[in-house]
Design a binder for this molecule. Structure first.
Ligand code: PSU
Ligand code: MN
Length: 303
């Protein structure tokens, strides 16, 4: 038996066939400062409920996969500084040690599939880092999208990455990258990356049908739905790029590498923009939660 516990709310939703949206926890422990991380996590859950679905925030607590956290659990996790960042490689080892860890996109997809949840909302997926031709730093999120049948709603990939290379790897891996309601691939803080997305869909129903058809066709893996940040919170590439460049230069001068790169960059950019990028980050996750709830609702109607 897999050590996995459902919250009462998620268990009830599963019993009645109600739509459920998985949410990750690395965004809480390694993406934002306290208490904004707690407030953002609770606000994202509220968006899912307001849209008529049930949120399932996923984390590993004392070796158990938790599918759905209570508000107290979210607060406790948000305050911890010792939670591990769990991707595909780390998940089982953390559980074996009865440890505490926050799940990345990759690990959240794995847990969501085990829990029978088909839709997951996050901020931005990991991808191919700039300079990957030297560092080989490519997020395990990309391979997970190719392997695990969960539709992931994100505001594209973080603009700290090499977005053309990220799209190339997704294409190689056979992952459908679907821009929602526009032609361009969004760039997290900005609505457009200047790159055209490979595909576009304009309705949650079509996204849900594509998810089902992929399974029926016997094609493994999920879908990436790239949902642009709401205009009111957008930061233009011209505004954000100097801060990205400054933060990237610091990773080099300080020798930040491996799993620490993404949390460091996000934290530094939040500081350098005096919180503007944090407000944008929270707004885009909430926006993704609403779309994910609509997709999950459509999926709950087609079998
Ligand atoms: N997007 C955010 N904040 C984050 C992340 C993404 O807005 O903290 C996290 C996600 O959990 C993602 C991870 O899976 O960063 C990617 O890390 P890496 O590049 O080390 O695979
Ligand atoms: Mn990496």
């Amino acid at each position: 038996m897999i050590p996995m516990q459902f919250s009462p709310e998620v268990r009830a939703a599963k019993a009645t066939g109600k739509a459920i949206v998985a949410l990750e926890s690395t965004i809480i422990t390694h993406g934002m400062p306290y208490p904004q991380n707690r407030d953002a996590a609770l606000a994202v859950e509220a968006e899912v409920r307001d849209a008529g679905a049930v949120p399932a925030t996923i984390a590993v607590i004392d070796g158990n996969i938790r599918i759905g956290l209570g508000a107290d659990d979210v607060d406790a996790l948000a305050q911890r500084t010792d939670a591990a960042k769990l991707s595909r490689a780390d998940l089982a080892v953390c559980m074996a040690q009865r440890g505490v860890g926050a799940t990345t996109v990759a690990a959240t997809m794995i847990c969501a599939r085990l829990a029978g949840i088909e839709v997951f909302a996050t901020g931005g997926i990991g991808g191919v880092h700039r300079g990957a031709e030297h560092s080989f730093d490519i997020s395990a999120d990309l391979h997970e999208l190719a392997a695990t049948p969960v539709t992931v709603v994100a505001a594209g990939a973080k603009a700290i990455l090499d977005l053309p290379k990220t799209l190339e790897v997704l294409e190689t891996l056979g992952v459908p990258v679907i821009a929602y309601g526009q032609n361009d691939f969004p760039a997290f803080w900005s609505r457009s990356s200047g790159l055209r997305a490979p595909m576009r869909l304009d309705s949650p129903a079509e996204i849900a049908r594509a998810h089902r058809l992929r399974t029926q066709l016997g094609i493994p893996g999920g879908q990436l739905v790239a949902n642009p940040i709401p205009s009111d919170f957008e930061i233009s590439p011209a505004d954000i790029n100097p801060f990205i460049a400054a933060a990237l230069a610091e990773t080099k001068s300080q020798g930040i590498a491996h799993k620490a790169v993404t949390p460091f960059l996000l934290g530094r950019i939040h500081e350098l923009t005096a919180g503007r990028s944090l407000a944008a980050n929270i707004a885009l996750v909430r926006n993704n939660a609403r779309l994910a709830a609509a997709i999950a609702t459509e999926l709950s109607r087609i079998h």
